[in-house]
Design a protein around this ligand. Structure first.
Ligand SMILES: [Cu+2]
Length: 218
């Protein structure tokens, strides 16, 4: 029960409506791992300093350390407790990872093709855009990535998501913005001279604006 309350505490800290998904899954996972790590650190480090002082060297009184004969109980305890913690972290991580990697069923599929040195996007009705990715607010978007030449990677810092764009292969990632505005997508795999300028502007529109943009012949 102690373990679950750590997760609950971490999720309670996250803002009600985050700017972009799947960022909160990473943030929650980070909070959980940090809480567990700090807890373990305190359990280990605080007694170390106490024992350093408690059993410090004193001439003539304790020059020979006592031999402690302890039962199996303590060994079982320090094996079972870490085992439970590790199993908890593994199960929790797989759950968050699965959510971060699995596009929701109602995702808008958009093809993204990387090339030296730009991004081209193609929407379900065949409309294309270059270096500008138009998406509706509050709706998950599934990017189907590939590349025309070398390996690139598409990265959206606000959504804390990144995926390689590999020639001859289709990879996928998903994200969702909950506020309209303009955000940046970056190429995050070094791909040559103009790699640093291989950006995409993500234009997050209202649903109406997006439908209107999509229906205009471009
Ligand atoms: Cu690139």
């Amino acid at each position: 029960m102690q373990m679950i309350s750590v997760a609950e505490a971490a999720s309670a800290v996250a803002p009600a409506i985050p700017l972009a998904y799947p960022a909160p899954y990473w943030d929650q996972m980070f909070s959980i791992w940090l809480s567990v790590a700090v807890g373990i650190y305190l359990v280990v480090a605080v007694p170390i300093f106490y024992f350093l002082y408690r059993y410090r060297y004193r001439p003539a009184t304790n020059e020979q350390g006592a031999v402690e004969e302890s039962g199996h109980g303590i060994e079982v305890l320090w094996t079972v407790i870490p085992l439970i913690i590790v199993i908890y972290l593994a199960v929790q991580s797989v759950a968050f990872y699965t959510e971060q990697r699995t596009p929701p069923a109602n995702s808008l599929p958009v093809k993204a093709e990387g090339m030296m040195w730009s991004w081209q996007f193609e929407y379900p009705n065949g409309k294309r855009s270059l270096a500008e990715l138009y998406v509706p607010v509050g709706k998950p978007v599934k990017l189907l990535l590939t590349s025309k030449d070398v390996i690139h990677a598409f990265h959206i810092p606000e959504a804390k998501v990144m995926e390689d764009a590999v020639p001859g292969r289709v990879t996928e990632m998903w994200f969702q913005f909950n506020e309209t505005g303009e955000y940046r997508g970056y190429c995050r795999e070094y791909c040559g001279t103009a790699h640093a300028y291989m950006l995409a502007t993500i234009k997050v529109l209202t649903a109406e604006e997006f439908d209107e943009w999509l229906s205009q012949s471009g």
